[in-house]
Ligand binder design. Structure first.
Ligand SMILES: Nc1ncnc2c1ncn2[C@@H]1O[C@H](COP(=O)(O)OP(=O)(O)OP(=O)(O)O)[C@@H](O)[C@H]1O
Length: 904
């Protein structure tokens, strides 16, 4: 009998079915357009792209263009790659365009699917990013799919680590850009540390298609990208705090050894506050709970942990005046490893060692927050349904399961569970042997390099020839993968054989052709191709007869998705195949997460040596264990994200400000407003509202005006005048400051003054923001620690982070005002001295360069002194072949790229 749910599904279809059904008419439209686009010339496809762009400019929507654009893209791909996209691939593309996650089974051709929405959306001219998990895939996919975009008249770029700046900028300037999540995130951070728009490499964040979206937006989402920079020396602070730790007694705090945390008691807090005051570490009137005290509280916390929770010669040793950590599992020293957040420095202070400066975070962003910058986000995966809830909640992304092109023919066997690792491996070798004898190609998945090598030994002992694919062998990756589907091949792999590993039954025909051509360079390539293709068809058939690729996994991963990815190397595009997981009760997952119930059932079933238990119930039970782990990880991520959101909001404000500042030509109004607020603050401080003149601190105001505005004004006398109130004094200060700045502007010239204002603003924002980041990091570690009253740490954090942000803005205004008040043009002598210094430096550099290049001056290269012989401005063939960063051959002394290189 069918359950009610099943009956309902039969009648109404699942929500997923309805989404699939809803796109059918669109797919039909694209199919109907096929003959029309097939009839176009190669030029005609490119002209279509031009036409579409124009129509968008004229206001046509992407949705209405979709059928034609997809039809054009399908035709382009057919001509460029020889692949005609299946209907289900078009569907996957439509869902991506609509901002969903398209879940398409492994091997269904997602790389091609992405070209459709990428092409359509790039028609706006805004640039589409396709995100991959590693550089190898970024390059491979860009190279492979650039043929499609090229056929349509669109440009493709690929971004990679350590790429020269101009190349990177060009890559981001392309219609479609392939990049890893890491590079994208880092480029974003680097861009926001630059000081002019021209230096920024990324354009806007318009549309991203994230391949293997679960791995990027879920597994790696928590890891923040961090750019850290010049160290800060705060030895005095550490030493100062270290000295007060011995004065704290047991009543002042409690220790939690398991989590290695300390919490102060109410008494402790009070005592500490007094102590910090008496040592001058807290200012008069400043409380421990003020946001400004965050950093100091954090360091006291670290100092206490250093003293009470870290033991010399157990947790660390002191060697040659350095604190070296000891690994708690292996008992070995870990030279070079340092505890973070000032804890290592606190231990150094405790041991009287030299205190090494800490690295400071200059910028950071999590992937979650980076990807939320995009106007539209979408993703692809083989296996998203397990995380649908998280995608919806965090990114607002829906998951649509796209049906496969052909039914899946792979046989997925139930897990086989053995008692011990040894029994398991014995059984694995035996199973490999059996399948191998039939000639069935086998891919064996292992979880680590060690295990892959152990298994390799066992197979060698058993006389089974095989290849090993792990990080040590990654050079031969392409070759090993190309061979892995051949008759009789046995390949042991770590999780490197996951997404993107495309194992072809019978071997990779392109590789075979290349090999044949290498062996016989004389032969006619076309003949060779024909011959090899015919042979390959027979090879492929033989492998299919042997059952296709057999994926044998030697363990289950914590996450079901990783298991499914491995499985998915087999049974691609409807091919036959087989997958099986071999487990033992000694596996990590079973030991840590296997339920007691599972163990009980297994023992009552009575396992004999060498025998496995194979039962669907075991699979279910294991999946439940995996689901539990996944659920717990999800909760941790959600919590972290909430904390990170706070910083993210602030980051957005700051980065937006920076961008506005960089774009603006004239910031004098902004700077003037800042100055006005500084003056208002001064008045509020020294002549507080609702006070009488005799309560004013006009001498204090006088001194502050000198310090912050660089103005020596008779404020005391002003205050004595009849009828002069705080407003009047503020007005006079405003006026005097404006006059001074006008004089400065005249002296520098308005254009220079505007440039100076811009630089000072940017530099000060950057410096303040960095400081603020560090404070926020500290705040995060102390909110839990301030659990004196049952307050919610997240709320505490939010409130304090907000106050800190305001404080930062105040001090930003002050700094900018103060710096601008102090600038002045150089005197003639100073200018001369500076010019001389620059000239000296230059000639020293030139001498050094000459010495280096002596005798090696390449013909045609320009020297700083003059133009290249025969240089003709209008004839580039007379320019030699200068590099972009070399001196221009015209002799201007500028770099080529800034001079004639611009015309070339
Ligand atoms: N329309 C098509 N017709 C024939 N073959 C295709 C088509 N689309 C893709 N393929 C082939 O399918 C194979 C798998 O493609 P691809 O690597 O993009 O799959 P995938 O979905 O990304 O798989 P995985 O999830 O394992 O990475 C490739 O060999 C590709 O050439």
């Amino acid at each position: 009998m069918l359950g009610i749910g099943t009956v309902a599904k039969k009648i109404f279809g699942t929500p997923n079915d309805r989404k699939i059904k809803a796109t059918r008419p669109l797919v039909e439209k694209i199919n109907a357009l096929e003959p029309e686009f097939e009839a176009l010339s190669d030029e005609g496809l490119i002209e279509k792209t031009q036409e579409f762009k124009k129509r968008i400019e004229e206001g046509e929507s992407l949705d209405s263009l979709l059928p034609e654009a997809f039809a054009n893209c399908r035709e382009g791909a057919r001509r460029a790659l020889g692949l005609r996209a299946f209907d289900v691939q078009l569907m996957g593309g439509i869902f991506l365009h609509q901002g969903n996650i398209s879940e398409m089974k492994t091997g269904e051709g997602k790389t091609l699917v992405a070209t459709f929405p990428a092409y359509l959306n790039a028609l706006t001219g805004k640039g589409v990013h396709i995100v991959t998990v590693n550089d190898y895939l970024a390059r491979r996919d860009a190279e492979w799919m650039s043929k499609v975009y090229g056929a349509l008249g669109m440009t493709t770029g690929v971004v990679y680590p350590q790429q020269p700046e101009d190349e990177k900028k060009a890559a981001y300037g392309s219609d479609v850009t392939y990049a890893t999540n890491n590079e994208l995130g880092f480029d974003y951070l680097r861009d926001n540390m630059k000081s002019s728009l021209e230096e920024m490499s990324q354009r806007e964040h318009y549309f991203a298609i994230v391949d293997e979206v679960d791995s990027i937006l879920i597994d790696e989402a928590r890891t923040p990208l961090i750019i850290s920079g010049p160290a800060q020396d705060r030895s005095d602070l550490y030493v100062g705090i270290d000295k007060l730790i011995p004065e704290l007694t047991d009543d002042h705090y409690s220790l939690d050894e398991k989590t290695r945390n300390v919490t102060f008691t109410d008494d402790g807090n009070e005592f500490l506050e007094d102590l910090l005051h008496s040592r001058g570490l807290l200012e008069e009137g400043q409380s421990l709970y003020d946001p400004e005290s965050t950093t100091i509280v954090h360091h006291v916390n670290q100092g206490l942990r250093a003293h009470k929770l870290f033991q010399k010669d157990k947790d660390y040793i002191v060697r040659d005046g350095e604190v070296v950590l000891i690994d708690e599992f292996t008992g070995r020293m870990m030279p070079g490893r340092r505890l973070s957040d000032g804890l290592h420095q606190a231990i150094e202070a405790k041991e009287g060692c030299n205190i090494q400066p800490e690295n400071v975070t200059l910028a950071s962003v999590t992937f979650q927050n980076y990807f939320r910058l995009y106007d539209k986000l979408s993703g692809m995966t083989g296996t998203a349904a397990t995380e649908a809830e998280e995608f919806a909640e965090i990114y607002g992304l829906g998951v649509v399961e796209v049906p496969t092109n052909k039914p899946i023919a792979r046989l997925d066997e139930d897990d086989a569970v053995y008692r011990t690792t040894k029994e398991k491996f014995d059984a694995i070798v035996e199973t490999i042997n059996e399948a191998h004898e039939k000639g069935q190609p086998i891919l064996v998945g292992t979880t680590s390099i060690e295990k892959s090598e152990l298994l390799s030994q066992l197979l060698t002992q058993a006389g089974i020839k095989h290849n090993v694919l792990n990080a040590r062998q990654h050079e031969q990756e392409a070759q090993i993968v190309a061979d892995a589907g051949k008759l009789g091949a046995v390949t042991i792999a770590t999780n490197m054989a996951g997404r993107g590993t495309d194992i072809k039954l019978g071997g990779n025909v392109d590789f075979k052709i290349m090999e044949a051509l290498e062996a016989n360079p004389e032969a006619d390539p076309e003949d060779v191709r024909e011959k090899i293709e015919a042979e390959h068809a027979a090879d492929e058939e033989a492998v299919k007869q042997a059952g296709g690729l057999f994926v044998l996994a030697t363990e289950r991963h914590e996450s079901r998705r990783i298991d499914n990815q491995l499985r998915g190397r087999s049974g691609r595009q409807g091919d036959p195949g087989r997958s099986a997981f071999f487990l033992s009760l000694e596996d990590d997952l079973m030991r840590i997460f296997g339920s007691e119930r599972l163990e009980k059932v297994l023992s009552t079933l009575g396992m004999k040596e060498g025998e496995a238990i194979i039962h669907p119930w075991v699979n279910k039970s294991l999946e439940r264990a995996q689901a539990k782990v996944e659920g717990r990880n999800f909760d941790i991520r959600k919590q972290l994200l909430k904390f990170d959101d706070v910083m993210n909001e602030q980051r957005k404000v700051i980065f937006k400000q920076r961008l506005d500042i960089m774009k603006a030509d004239d910031l004098s109004e902004i700077v003037r407003d800042m100055r006005g607020e500084v003056i208002d603050d001064l008045i509020d401080t020294y002549m507080p509202p609702k006070t009488y003149a005799d309560q004013w601190d006009t001498e204090g105001l006088y001194a502050a005006v000198i310090e912050q505005l660089n103005l020596d004004l008779p404020v005391m006398a002003w205050a004595e005048e009849e009828g002069v109130d705080d407003d009047e004094i503020a007005d006079r200060l405003d006026k005097a400051a404006d006059e001074m700045m006008e004089q400065k502007t005249d002296a520098f010239g308005p254009e220079n003054m505007r440039a100076i204002e811009k630089q000072i603003l940017l530099q000060t924002i950057d410096a303040k923001w960095r400081e603020h980041l560090l404070t926020l990091e500290h705040l995060r570690s102390v909110v839990g620690f301030r659990g004196y009253a049952q307050r919610d740490p997240l709320n505490e954090y939010k409130n304090e982070a907000f106050q800190l942000f305001e404080t930062m803005l105040d001090s930003l205004r002050q700094d900018v005002t103060q710096k601008l008040a102090q600038i002045r043009p150089m005197t003639e002598e100073e200018q001369k001295a500076m010019m001389q210094e620059i000239a000296d430096q230059r000639s020293a550099m030139e001498d050094a360069a000459k010495a280096k290049h002596a005798g090696a001056a390449a013909a045609g290269a320009a020297t700083a002194a003059g133009a290249v012989e025969g240089f003709d401005e209008n004839d580039p063939s007379t320019w030699g072949n200068p590099g972009r960063n070399q001196p221009c051959p015209c002799g201007s002394g500028q770099k080529f790229k800034h001079c004639h290189g611009r015309l070339a």
